[in-house]
Design a protein around this ligand. Structure first.
Ligand code: PBG
Length: 309
């Protein structure tokens, strides 16, 4: 088959931010290559998400991850687009059952990068860090209680501009986003043993209507199974914790040399004063949900009350 439909291109919906557009192009290129289609077989449909219109308040205050997916969801449900491309990190753990993630692209660098200093240790005493992420705030305060946190929102480019303008001394950004925007030399990667990423960081997902077997089959061709397994485990941990984008939670699953899956997770008190960690090989008995419940059992009240699990 040398085209997705006999009479029209495949319509791929995306947020309109530069990073989202770049990720949509990656998804498009992967689909074109997998099927040997010519460029006109796929049409990109950019949509402005409500989350992109709200720049002045903490995202957490105004309604969570649905802000990033609402417009795309409506277009997908209505058939205006055939699939939507998401940063998996921004996708709610519980999605409408009428949709399904049919593929994940190979995962990028999962680490965070510090922009404005060469390392967390090198930050001056009392430095101001701009972020809107409860996870990054808690992790930074855990390492450096002297740091001041200030809200920094907007697209990657906007945030970098605010650092350059002196709104804060430094910020943390996902290496994946910087790399995809061609900013390979921006910032300094924080080692994973110092800072664990957000669940799903660095993964791009392609979502389809669950009842659309034709598009699902087309999209499955670009699925990276190792990425999918790992991201599903991280999302299962997040779901069992009852966490959302307001919860200070980090998680990373990796496939070990022998094929076993290692899952690391951390939940924090908002001010970093407390942390509960897990680091285990996943098995039939030791599932992400079991690890989540064990973490909550061990958590002090200040941590546990942040989670609904
Ligand atoms: N919440 C915004 C967001 N969603 C996905 C990424 C980066 C790309 C990724 O993690 O896959 C970013 C920016 C950031 O955290 O620096």
């Amino acid at each position: 088959m040398n085209q997705p439909f006999s009479d029209r291109p495949l319509r791929l919906g995306t947020r309109a931010s530069p990073l989202a557009m770049r990720q949509a192009e990656m998804a498009r290129d992967a689909l074109l290559a997998a099927h040997g289609w010519s460029a006109d077989a796929i049409e990109l449909v950019p949509m402005v998400a409500s989350g992109d219109k709200i720049q002045d308040r903490a995202l957490a205050e105004v309604g969570g991850k649905a802000l990033w997916t609402r417009e795309l969801d409506r277009a997908l449900a209505d058939g205006d687009i055939d699939l939507s491309v998401h940063s998996m990190k921004d996708v709610e753990t519980i999605r409408p059952t009428r949709f399904g993630i049919a593929a994940m692209l190979p995962r990028a660098d999962v680490r965070d990068r510090l922009v404005g200093a060469s390392s967390i240790d090198a930050l001056p005493h009392g430095a101001t860090i701009g972020t809107s992420s409860p996870r990054r705030s808690a992790q930074l305060l855990r390492l450096r209680p002297d740091l001041k946190l200030t809200l920094l929102r907007g697209n990657v480019g906007t945030r970098l501009g605010k650092i350059a303008a002196g709104d804060a001394d430094a910020t943390l950004l996902a290496a994946a986003g910087l790399d995809r925007l061609g900013m390979h030399d921006t910032g300094h990667a924080i080692p994973l043993d110092i800072m664990l990423p957000a669940p799903s960081q660095g993964a791009v997902g392609l979502e389809v209507r669950a009842d659309d077997a034709h598009v699902r089959a087309l999209v499955c061709a670009v699925d990276d199974q190792a990425t999918r397994r790992c991201v599903e485990a991280e999302r299962a941990l997040l779901a069992a914790l009852g966490g959302d984008c307001r919860s200070p939670i980090a998680a990373l699953a990796t496939i070990e040399a022998d094929g076993a899956m290692r899952l690391r997770g951390e939940i924090y008190a908002m001010d970093g004063s407390d942390v509960v960690r897990t680091d285990a090989l996943i098995s039939d008995a030791l599932t992400p949900a079991v690890l989540a419940h064990d973490m909550l059992d061990r958590a002090a009240p200040a941590v546990r009350r942040l989670f609904a699990g």
